[in-house]
Design a protein around this ligand. Structure first.
Ligand code: ARG
Length: 461
């Protein structure tokens, strides 16, 4: 005899391999709080609408409270034999209350139940992730405030391009993270619709009150179509994609930290607490944390891909394929939290080698654009100024010089427009401080970026 909750139709015991294959308790048990709270709201509504007896509704709610407390305290353990968290809680309730427990599932299906649980679970997760990202933005703002004058080379094609400051560089990441927070918040908004009452797919004949459940559980509103209510996983995909973009930002940042902590750059040094050694090479100090973040970014992209591919061929409404959503989205959420919480203190404790940054900026003709601009400001067309400066750069390379060390005579060889004031115009400090357009690296412009970032994240949880 089949002793499953859904037994009746079936005459045989399910093959144990199918049981194991089918079961999701190993990973969906983490939603027990949401599952129980959802059931409490459902039971309350059933009672208030007279669908079940008010007294039984009370009993169910008290029974569920007991189960929640026992799981929390560790006295009740998940049964690995259970099909999923929903079945586990319901059968535990029935064990405790007898027939009353069996009434909980009136006007409900596991299809709308699981749709509710994941939304509730992920809403809680987003509320945890956003403050961590905000913390990272604040660390970046502080690093920027302390380094408004720390000149470093800015790169394109990883070639020294124009001088910027470390503050400017940090604030570029801060802006990315501000957008990430916006995306998470946006995902939250669209996730915030309550699907319970969709039933298996076609709602229910009982006179339920979905709005009441919605209010009890703190959702913005109810979902509008029962087929969509049970089979929508857009919110998982949206969250995985917001997390993927966030991970991409962390990964780019990690790549830079890896470069900057190499002997070739030596712009920074990670604190010993956030670096590792080699088992064979005594001199090594490896930026493992950042490499792992770079690596785990691929893994999160994999989670997003799992979800996208899982959904692309499933007809309406629920299909068991969708049970695969949880491991993917849970992994994405766990991974991003792990990465962020390790990355923040690592960043906060690293040492900056400002001299090395400045020295790197002083070589590589990073002020060549400014030299050309100097000529333009003296009346030359930009293309002529560009060519003259290019010729000067070639001359410097051939003679082991940089623009700053050329004599005025050498400058004048190429254009008699050059005067003594060229030296001031091509000084790194001038190059940075003159770039005061909004968004630029001049200290005043970066201060505005810091204020913008701090203000942008103020409203979020
Ligand atoms: N464990 C299932 C899941 O995660 C719950 C829904 C099961 N529904 C069903 N009709 N078998 O998707």
């Amino acid at each position: 005899m089949n002793n499953k909750m859904w037994a009746g139709r079936s005459s045989k015991e399910v093959d144990s391999r199918v049981n194991d294959f089918n079961s999701s308790i190993a990973f969906d048990s983490r939603m027990y709080k949401q599952d129980i709270k959802g059931s409490m709201a459902h039971a309350k509504m059933l009672g208030s609408k007279g669908i079940i007896d008010a007294e039984e509704s009370e009993k169910i709610i008290t029974g569920l409270e007991g189960i929640l407390a026992d799981i929390d305290s560790g006295t009740l353990r998940f049964d690995p034999e259970a099909e999923d968290i929903h079945m586990f809680v319901e059968s535990e309730l029935t064990k405790r209350l007898g027939d009353t427990g069996k009434r909980l599932h009136t006007a409900r299906s596991r299809n709308d139940q699981v749709a509710l649980d994941i939304r509730m679970y992920l809403k809680d997760e987003i509320k945890e992730i956003i403050p961590i990202v905000k913390e990272l933005v604040e660390v970046l703002c502080q690093l920027a405030e302390e380094n408004l004058d720390t000149i470093m080379p800015g790169y394109t094609h990883l070639q020294r391009a124009q001088p910027i400051t470390f503050a400017h560089h940090m604030m570029a990441y801060a802006q990315m993270l501000v957008r990430d927070i916006g995306r998470l918040e946006d995902t939250y908004k669209r996730m915030n619709y309550m699907p319970l009452g969709s039933g298996a797919l076609a709602s229910t004949t009982y006179p339920i009150d979905r709005k009441q459940v919605c209010e009890l559980l703190g959702f913005e509103d109810i979902t509008q179509n029962s087929l969509d209510g049970v089979s929508d996983r857009d919110f998982c995909i949206e969250l995985a994609s917001a997390i993927s973009i966030l991970m991409m930002h962390l990964s780019r940042f990690s790549e830079e930290i890896i470069l900057w902590s190499s002997w070739e750059f030596k712009f920074i040094e990670l604190d010993d607490a956030y670096a590792t050694g080699s088992s064979i090479m005594p001199q090594k100090k490896n930026p493992d944390v950042t490499e792992l973040i770079r690596g785990k970014t691929g893994r999160v992209y994999g989670d997003l891909n799992t979800l996208l591919v899982m959904m692309k061929g499933t007809p309406l409404a629920y299909n068991k394929d969708m049970q695969e959503d949880k491991e993917a989205i849970f992994d994405a959420v766990d991974t991003v939290k792990l990465c962020l919480t390790t990355f923040i203190p690592m960043l906060d404790t690293m040492t900056l080698y400002k001299e090395n940054m400045r020295n790197a900026a002083a070589r590589g003709f990073i002020n060549a654009t400014d030299c050309a601009d100097y000529l333009v400001k003296k009346g030359l067309p930009f293309r002529d100024a560009y060519k003259i400066t290019g010729t000067l750069v070639a001359y410097c390379i051939n003679n082991g010089k940089v623009l700053e060390t050329l004599s005025l005579e050498e400058f004048k060889e190429l254009s008699d427009v050059f005067e003594q004031d060229v030296y001031d115009a091509i000084k790194l400090e001038t190059c940075v401080n003159m770039r005061m357009a909004d968004g630029g690296p001049a200290p005043e412009a970066v201060k505005k970026q810091i204020a913008f970032a701090r203000n942008a994240i103020k409203g979020y949880c």
